[in-house]
Design a protein around this ligand. Structure first.
Ligand code: NAD
Length: 368
């Protein structure tokens, strides 16, 4: 028996932040990063909070948030005693806010405050998932926590908040969305429900990501890509992910490279690998390619056309096609190859890949 749950309330549109205006007599802690405060973006949130409430910001979150980040957040929130926690920013601030709440509540330091997530990038879908990716700096490990207590109560999707995302981050985060959707689509846990969400997310990314990248002021494109990110999040919250994320988490824990960029390098090789190794994956990729108008073939040609579409989008977004182009040297990567290959097999997202990979399979994909 499969249980399908969509438990996060979603508010969408350029007036969605007005949801915050319904708060009365709350203690609100905004978990965010310095950029959100220094750029003034936090005013979008603060201006909606009325005077009956008390609020403060914890703004120390860094990209790829660390265990230390989470611990100091718990300390801060334990002092402030929030009744509402707002995670405001990209996936890093969001994931940190989720982990801070879970750890604080578990340790009895924070009351069971509500979690409201307001994404300012269109990428992780973390506003609707029970995932939080935290980095252990000492061990060079980046690990997804997966727990229903990480599921946010509310997600607010306001496309105005992503207008300022620079092109390179638009590309990285958009490629993360495409990876979420494609991994959910061929996951061993995929259902007709996750398929519907993943198909729409892929369609929106193929139709709008290049426009959002080329002209950040194109609000139609920004809005559609923002919703695609959430749709893909809803898809993989049901179906989980696959080997691309398993490898990307492992690489991201060791080498400093944006998560979406790592996915962008790996994705075509992963589709190729899954299409070669699993008949079911081959058929599903081909079906998706057909639905997107990329191919009429039910077989290998469909997979090839899908890969061509991904690599063509990637080059239009000026994204690297390998780790050397992404700025790493062979010397950076070489010491980690065996660790990456072994640890990727242990990442929880790898479990739902259509084919269970071997260490040698991963090594070939990474060094491709
Ligand atoms: P990010 O949160 O690290 O943000 C990247 C940069 O963009 C930061 O410097 C941030 O300040 C800046 N930024 C954010 N919003 C902006 C805006 N509106 N305008 C200008 N700059 C802005 O990047 P991300 O890709 O959103 O998140 C990546 C993190 O999320 C990684 O740690 C990744 O592993 C994790 N992740 C989590 C999930 C999940 O389900 N929880 C899924 C995928 C990825």
């Amino acid at each position: 028996m499969k249980q399908i749950k969509f438990s996060t309330e979603i508010y969408m549109g350029s007036d969605a932040l007005s949801f915050l205006g319904t708060f009365e007599n709350e203690r609100i802690c905004i978990v965010t990063d310095k950029f959100m405060v220094e750029s003034g973006m936090i005013d979008y949130v603060i201006s909606e909070i009325n005077d009956s409430n008390a609020y403060e910001a914890f703004m120390d979150i860094v990209p790829d948030p660390t265990i230390e980040n989470v611990v100091s957040g718990v300390e801060k929130l334990a002092e402030f005693k929030p009744t509402q926690i707002i995670g405001f920013g990209g996936g890093s601030a969001i994931d940190a806010s989720k982990a801070i709440k879970l750890m604080g509540v578990e340790l009895g330091l924070i009351e069971a405050a509500k979690l409201i997530i307001i994404p300012t990038t269109s990428g992780t879908g973390s506003e609707v998932t029970n995932f939080s990716v935290i980095t252990n700096k000492k061990e060079n490990l980046k690990y997804p926590l997966v727990d229903d207590r990480l599921q946010p109560e509310v997600a607010i999707l306001d496309p105005r908040l992503v207008k300022s995302v620079p092109p390179v981050i638009t590309a990285d985060t958009g490629m993360d969305v495409l990876t979420h959707a494609l991994e959910a689509y061929v996951s061993t846990e995929a259902t007709v429900f996750s398929d519907a969400l993943a198909e729409k997310a892929v369609e929106l990314i193929f139709n709008y990501l290049e426009r959002a990248y080329k002209n950040g002021e194109d609000m139609e494109a920004r809005e559609q890509v923002h919703y695609a990110s959430c749709l893909a999040g809803l898809a993989f919250n049901q179906a989980s992910l696959g080997l691309c994320h398993g490898i990307a988490h492992t690489i991201g824990g060791k080498l400093h490279l944006a998560h979406g960029r790592i996915n962008g390098v790996l994705l075509p090789s992963i589709v190729q690998y899954n299409g070669n190794e699993s008949q079911r994956a081959l058929e599903r990729y081909a079906l998706l390619a057909k639905k997107q108008g990329l191919s009429n073939s039910r077989g290998k040609m469909g997979v090839r056309n899908l890969i061509n579409e991904i690599t063509s989008l990637r080059s239009k977004l000026n994204m690297p096609s390998n780790f050397i182009e992404a700025g790493l040297t062979k010397e950076d990567v070489a010491p980690f190859i065996s660790q990456i290959s072994e640890q990727a097999l242990l990442d929880p997202t790898t479990k739902t890949n259509p084919k269970a990979p071997t260490v040698e399979d991963v090594r070939k994909i990474v060094t491709n």
